[in-house]
Design a protein around this ligand. Structure first.
Ligand code: NAD
Ligand code: WQD
Length: 339
């Protein structure tokens, strides 16, 4: 298929582009580079073994987005584009609602206008809110505790309503848990700008000497070792879940589908730190601090629906996730070059 990947210069999109192209699909990327560098493109192409056109534009620009989709002759879109930092969304709610909702509406309008009705959307386990007890299942009601999470809840609803109005759509709402890791080559990986909010990129920066120590946000949770537990999934397994969803959409034949992409196996902060220390070959410094507001003790997926319906399973281990992250970070201590 000819596939347009929105946000494809970003962390998950770049890994998915490599895998999609490797699976024989024709891939193009649209990205406004608000959270990515153009220097990722040659690395994606080198790993994919083919050229991958990059269209630099803001999907909130409806005219430009319509022109792109009109000319692209696409069979499907994978929609990664969006702002994703929870804390930033609390400080800048209008930027998040404006960007995430309007970029999606603009893209889906253009798709509908030009007969492109296969869509895979990057949703998030954050739509389960903080009330539900894990393992989290797709049938649970959705809610959010921050503007970023609400954009995901709202976009899911927009897409369900689009499909209800025209059942020729084939839409996959993929709810990611905690993506970490990097392509095994070490050539592409997660390159957060500024101070990393997420655990693993922060640990990686401690390991490479960019940060002094890891702040462990609380060790008094009702968990095995007192630290927060999450469902970490290798970004390559996550990318494979997108290829599987794309290739199964027509066969499954439902207008809207929700699938959890997770391992179903939670790991604690200290377990991740130990696995990363083993990958690096030395203990990494940390300090236990107060809990981070908004954190839940434990979150992990029930991944059975995706395993059965997509014939997909996240099987890379935490050790592999940490080893692959460390290879990327040690080979690229300051991330992608600017130019
Ligand atoms: P990322 O920031 O690396 O990638 C997102 C990309 O979208 C960036 O390259 C950015 O430049 C681009 N973008 C943003 N707004 C745009 C716009 N208006 N027009 C064009 N391009 C735009 O993030 P990621 O970690 O790769 O996440 C991809 C998607 O997955 C996001 O929608 C995110 O909300 C979702 N998600 C991420 C995680 C995670 O922990 N990384 C977890 C669950 C869901
Ligand atoms: C994981 C664990 C922290 C950093 C977030 C978003 C979610 C999704 C994935 C987009 C927690 C602990 C973290 C640190 C720490 N993103 N931690 N020290 O919060 O589960 O999910 O990213 O969709 O929406 O909320 O991920 O990596 O921030 O935290 O102790 O420096 O690591 O308390 O227990 P989280 P995280």
């Amino acid at each position: 298929m000819r596939v347009l990947i929105s946000g494809g210069a970003g962390y998950i999109g770049s890994h998915t582009a490599v895998l999609l192209a490797g699976a024989g699909h024709e891939v193009e990327i649209v990205d406004n580079l608000v959270n990515a560098k153009p220097t990722v493109l040659p690395r994606i192409e080198q790993l994919a073994g083919t050229t991958i056109p990059l269209h630099v534009l803001d999907l909130c620009d409806r005219e430009a987005t319509d022109a792109l989709v009109a000319a692209g002759n696409y069979d499907a879109v994978i929609h990664f584009a969006g702002l994703k930092a929870v804390g930033e969304s609390v400080e800048r709610p209008l930027d998040y609602y404006d960007n995430n909702l309007n970029s999606t509406i603009s893209l889906v309008r253009a798709m509908g206008a030009h007969g492109v009705r296969r869509l895979v959307f990057s949703s998030s386990a954050t739509v389960y809110g903080d009330a539900a007890q894990p393992p989290l299942m797709e049938k649970l009601p959705t809610s959010a505790t921050n503007p970023y999470g609400w954009t995901k809840v709202m976009i899911e609803q927009v897409l369900r309503d689009v499909a209800a109005a025209d059942n020729s759509w084939r839409i996959a709402l993929l709810r990611y848990f905690n993506p970490i890791g990097a392509h095994p080559s070490g050539d592409i990986g997660e390159d957060p700008q500024g101070i990393p909010n997420n655990l693993v990129p922060y640990i990686a920066q401690v390991a490479v000497g960019r940060r002094e120590f890891l702040n462990v946000w609380g060790n008094d949770y009702p968990t095995a070792d007192g630290t927060g537990e999450r469902d970490y999934i290798h970004v390559m397994d996550l990318a494979a879940g997108h290829v599987a969803a794309l290739e199964k959409l027509d066969e499954i034949g439902r207008p809207v589908n929700m699938w959890n992409l997770g391992t179903g196996k939670p790991a604690s902060v200290l377990q991740v730190l130990a696995a990363f220390s083993a990958a690096v070959g030395r203990d990494l410094p940390y300090r236990v601090m107060a809990r981070r507001p908004g954190d839940v003790p434990t979150s992990y997926a029930d991944p059975h629906l995706a395993e059965i319906e997509l014939d997909w399973r996240a099987d890379r281990t935490l050790d592999q996730m940490c080893a692959d992250t460390w290879r990327w970070q040690s080979q690229n201590p300051t991330g992608y070059p600017d130019a």
